[in-house]
Structure formats: structure tokens, C-alpha cells
Ligand binder design. Structure first.
Ligand code: SAM
Length: 221
């Protein structure tokens, strides 16, 4: 790992341990390295950016790969979480995880990095009108059933062939009993969108990582 990235890694684990962990950072860095090595076109999008910690990691990794021109677009209500629905747990309530576009800018400024394109508003509105036409990597971190389903509905059709979508908090405990299962609406939304058998695979980490991975088949657009 290049020294700047190593420092950023340590800082994120120290200052943003609520949303970031070593497993997440490693899996995302590996995906970005693979996508860029394959020369895939398209932007990176993050649905649910909170204070911009993971967006900053994505920027840092892309820059270390010589991908300074690759755009990152982040989406967040910046009003915190919506109300949970019937498919969700009570782990998070409406209004929790409140942040602002300035938080995202400040997180990036700390490391002298350009801020991503910031799209404030509910996914249900912003994704309709402000999603890049081509997406190489989508990171869905909206925590709830409806937020995840909306993200999948808009992002999957725009993923380039062999592009990758990672879903945070996707707990497939049958495959990975260690996965943290506090937000069951996330996997339910994936199952509702893709049906079963699902093309989403569980990514297993060293700890309680709960990640789902979808790779767009070559033949589908
Ligand atoms: C866990 S946080 C994201 C953390 C961030 N990805 C990171 O790793 O640093 C979840 C975010 O999703 C946002 N969110 C959830 N559902 C949303 C929706 N339907 N529309 C807009 N934002 C939403 C919340 O405001 C919150 O900031």
C-alpha cells in the first residue's frame, strides 16, 4: 500500500470507525484495483455517503491507481435516515445518521482531496434525475429495505458489463454465519429485486463483514 494510502487507512479506522472497518476498506480497494485494471469505463457512485468517509477512501484508492479523472458521485438525504419500513429492524430510527454536504467536503479537505459530486436529497428523487449513465462501481449503503431497493432499481441498469455493485449490511448468515445481521431489510431488498436464486454473493471478511456483491453479466445491459 502506498504510504499516503496507509496513513489514510489508519486515520479512517481511528476517526470513522462507526461506518468504516478494515474488511470494508480492503474489499473496496481490491474491487477498484480490479475494475480499473480491466479498463472499465464509468463513474463510481455511493448511495448513502453520511460524512464522506468511504467516499474519501474510494478517492484515495482511485488516485493511487492513477485514476484521478474517475468521477465519484455521492447521494444522501442529508436529513438522516428515513423511517424504517415493515421489512426493517428497529436498529436505526428516522433522522439518525444526520450529516451535511459540508461534512463530506470537510472530510475530503482534511486530506487535500477534491470532494465528490454531491447529490443531496432522497434517493427516490435524486437517482431519477442525477445518476451517471455509466457506472463501473456502485456502493449501496442505505441500510433499509426501500433505500436499497431504490438503489438497485436505478443502478443495476446503468452498471457497465462486468461492473460491480457492493451492498453494505447484506447479511447472508447461511453462507457466512459471522456476518452482522442488524439490518435485515438490505438482503430482503436484494432478494426482492433479483429473485432467487440470487446472483448476489456474500463477501466474507476477517470480522463480521456483511457485504453482498453483484457483478453485471456481460450479456445484460
Ligand atoms: C450508514 S450511512 C452511510 C455511511 C457511508 N457509506 C460511509 O461508509 O461512510 C447511511 C446513509 O444513508 C442515508 N440514506 C438512507 N436512506 C436514504 C434515502 N432513501 N435517501 C437518501 N439518503 C438515505 C442516510 O442519510 C445515511 O447518511
Amino acid at each position: 500500500m502506498d504510504p499516503t494510502l496507509k496513513d489514510l487507512h489508519a486515520w479512517l479506522l481511528r476517526e470513522h470507525s462507526g461506518t468504516v472497518c478494515a474488511d470494508r476498506l480492503r474489499v473496496i480497494a481490491d474491487e477498484l484495483a480490479s475494475l480499473t485494471a480491466r479498463g472499465l469505463p464509468g463513474a463510481v457512485v455511493e448511495l448513502g455517503s453520511y460524512k464522506g468517509a468511504m467516499a474519501l477512501w474510494i478517492r484515495g484508492v482511485l488516485d493511487s491507481l492513477g485514476e484521478q479523472a474517475r468521477e465519484i458521485h455521492v447521494y444522501d438525504s442529508f436529513q438522516g435516515m428515513p423511517a424504517p419500513g415493515a421489512e426493517d429492524s428497529d436498529h436505526l430510527a428516522a433522522g439518525e445518521l444526520l450529516s451535511s454536504p459540508d461534512d463530506v467536503r470537510a472530510t475530503h479537505a482534511t486530506w487535500g482531496k477534491p470532494a465528490p459530486v454531491i447529490r443531496p436529497g432522497w434517493f427516490e428523487e435524486t437517482l431519477l434525475k442525477a445518476l451517471p449513465d455509466e457506472i463501473t462501481f456502485a456502493y449501496l449503503d442505505g441500510d433499509f429495505f426501500a433505500s436499497t431497493l431504490t438503489g438497485l432499481t436505478h443502478c443495476v441498469p446503468r452498471l457497465v458489463p462486468t461492473g460491480v455493485l457492493l451492498v453494505d449490511d447484506y447479511a447472508d448468515t447461511a453462507t457466512n454465519p459471522r456476518a452482522w445481521d442488524g439490518l435485515p431489510g438490505v438482503k430482503r431488498a436484494c432478494d426482492a429485486y433479483f429473485g432467487t436464486p440470487s446472483p448476489v454473493t456474500a463477501v466474507v471478511g476477517e470480522g463480521d463483514l456483511a457485504y453482498g456483491r453483484y457483478e453485471k453479466p456481460r450479456a445484460l445491459r
